[in-house]
Design a protein around this ligand. Sequence first.
Ligand code: ADP
Ligand code: MG
Ligand code: ZN
Length: 479
Amino acid sequence: MSKEDYEVVIGLEVHAELSTKTKIFCSCPTEFGAAPNTHICPICTAMPGTLPVLNEKVVEYAVKAGLATGCSIARDSKNDRKNYFYPDLPKSYQISQFDKPLCEHGEVEIEEEGEKKKIGITRIHIEEDAGKLNHNEFGGGSLVDLNRAGVPLIEIVSEPDMRSSKDAESYLRKIKSILEYIEVSDCKMQEGSLRADVNVSVRKKGSKEFGTRTEMKNMNSFRSIVRAIEYEESRQIEVIEEGGTITQETLRWDDVSGKTFSMRDKEDAQDYRYFPEPDLVAIRLSEEYIENIKNNLPELPESRRARYLEEYKLSEKESKMLTASKYLSNMFEDALTICGNPKAVANWLLSDVSRILNEKEIEPDQIPFTANQLAKMIELIEKGTISSAIGKKVLEELFENPRDPEEIIKEKGWIQISDEGAIKEVVTRILENNPQSIIDYKAGKDRALGFLVGQAMKETKGKANPQMLNKMFLEELNK
Ligand code: ADP
Ligand code: MG
Ligand code: ZN
């Protein structure tokens, strides 16, 4: 049998750090990037005798996430202890939720090449993050930083409904987008505030039963998730084809070698010795509380998309692409308040900006320039100060060293030549040097005009006003 005879089955466990100001059980700040062990207190470092107090915002944010993904919200839920030993876990247990999660039975819709598909959400529960081990960073050995210990997380567990790495990517993008829209997490994969454990199994096509799965950790970009799934899919098929069996285990993805390595045998729930957290009271939510959150949910990607079609007359595709990322669509809306041309802003964001994001393998939230700077660049084109060819160069500059576009073009000497005399000079010279093009044009080959304009743009390094060039070449050619 070959690879084509198998089908991959994928389920994701997504962890999102909630953007509450303080931690889940103490009042330490959650802010990322502080010096090690400066955002800690007796509670999040597990000093004996300390007691946790649940941060109400965490419940609110988790309920928001549940409502935005079509989950039912439990009126009654509770926290449980998940026991395991690891040096980054000071209490030797994580306060999580076991049998009564806050949210259950949701779904999100993904779309690929026009085909829609629903991915089930098993549950969303709240829990605390662990600290972080730094290996060999401070002169050998491993040191623990507990700033992250007690940062609130939601874990979103999907059903094993995905059937390709593309499905998994679309699903994760959708989750990221929803969480960004409802403003409960900043979802920065590169900072670890959005992490996904990916469960993968394979089975023969047509088979009703699932194969044994492995769980992969340590992917911190969409690209590495896709690579990891594809690697693991092939690995499992190979093992089975050679007559072996898949062991259920946790694997670590190594981005450099592009391979997975065994971390540990898979624990079962019983290994964690879950039991109700005795130091916290049960969580009981009123119907009004849930209703109130529901009524105040911010605009979600779907409705924003509909609004873009209607309000800005963008195409279905443009609306979809812009609203897929909240950062991108906010940038679009912010830029519009300065230069009121939706088509132009959408074009720049979806063509050149997106292309550069792809090349750099970064996400829209890592765009270094402001909406204001983008809008000013577009305005400079619309006013005729620069050509759109120069606009592209300004954009490259904005990515490298963001500053006022006006400043950039002055500094680089990129202001468009719109002086009639100067343009005429260029046109005359180009015509002199390309007599064949004149003959071609007169023989009806319109392409010759494009060639001449192109030559003039080349000679002026993109600075000549293309409309004026066109007009003047035509005048000369038709003489
Ligand atoms: P655990 O908590 O031990 O990781 P769960 O039963 O909660 O186990 O499942 C974790 C994830 O694994 C879920 O996202 C689920 O969809 C996925 N999953 C379960 N079985 C399979 C399978 N056979 N193949 C791929 N994914 C699976
Ligand atoms: Mg798991
Ligand atoms: Zn603390």
